[in-house]
Design a protein around this ligand. Structure first.
Ligand code: NDP
Length: 221
């Protein structure tokens, strides 16, 4: 099995690399820092330098993965932003950074992938339940929520474009103990990623375009 993980320096992305390597898969993983690239190489992954928020860096993905045919693609890179509280207008630079990373990032990566995925491959974007409009129960993190609602739309369009060839899903990974999720979160990265890997293996064509919890429960958009 060949796996591509975009944004794998730490947290959920790094755990995908660990678990897929443990299962014997060939893994290509991206990170931004030399230190993270070395960590990925130490796990036996092919490490590529890539910043989804940088036009030149992100647009070079296709030539970096030439020759690969992936069975799994995980688009994981994401940021939350730290300065936008409640319903305050976000500072322009924070709005730009969150939207550029969480929405434009996948829009830069997805168009480059279609020649590099095996028939029946599974593609997952790490979204969030916080992006759901149907399940909205708080106004906290409205910038992050807007970005994840945006990437949910992106995933739906990708699922139409790739229909019949690739099964595409948006995942809520649960509330996970990472730098973003914090130490008080419910799940370890191990539990969350094991759940999502299991779900990816079980998907059928009918699941294309679904929004799923890490344990496979469907979520309302
Ligand atoms: P972390 O903050 O722990 O890790 C974020 C990852 O994204 C890092 O590898 C980081 O790389 C990478 N990244 C950020 N910006 C860029 C960029 N411009 N280019 C490339 N990589 C980038 O977050 P988590 O592991 O917790 O989250 C992973 C995904 O899951 C995110 O999309 C997040 O929104 C989503 N999620 C997480 C939840 C949780 O409870 N943890 C809940 C719901 C969704 P670097 O080290 O270089 O910064």
């Amino acid at each position: 099995m060949q796996v591509l993980v975009i944004g794998a320096s730490r947290g959920i992305g790094l755990e995908f690399v660990r678990q897929y390597r443990q299962s014997g898969a060939q893994v290509v993983a991206t990170a931004r820092s030399e230190e993270a690239l070395a960590t990925l190489r130490g796990l036996g992954a092919t490490a590529l330098k890539l910043d989804v928020a940088d036009t030149a860096s992100a647009s070079g993905l296709a030539w970096q993965i030439d020759g690969h045919v992936f069975d799994r693609v995980i688009i994981n890179a994401g940021i939350h932003g730290t300065r936008t509280k409640g319903l305050q207008t976000p500072p322009q630079d924070e709005f730009d950074a969150v939207m550029r990373t969480n929405v434009l990032g996948p829009m830069r990566i997805l168009p480059q992938l279609s020649d590099y995925m095996a028939p029946g491959a599974r593609l997952a974007i790490l979204s969030s339940r916080m992006g759901s409009m149907a399940l909205r129960d708080s106004t906290a993190s409205w910038l992050y929520r807007a970005s994840k609602a945006g990437v949910n739309s992106v995933l739906r369009d990708a699922s139409l474009a790739l229909q019949g060839r690739v099964i595409c899903v948006a995942f809520h990974p649960g509330w996970v103990k990472t730098d973003m999720g914090g130490s008080g979160a419910d799940l370890t990265v191990d539990e969350s990623v094991a759940g999502m890997r299991g779900q990816l293996s079980q998907l059928t064509a009918a699941d294309n375009g679904a929004f799923l919890n890490y344990d496979g429960q469907p979520l309302a958009w």
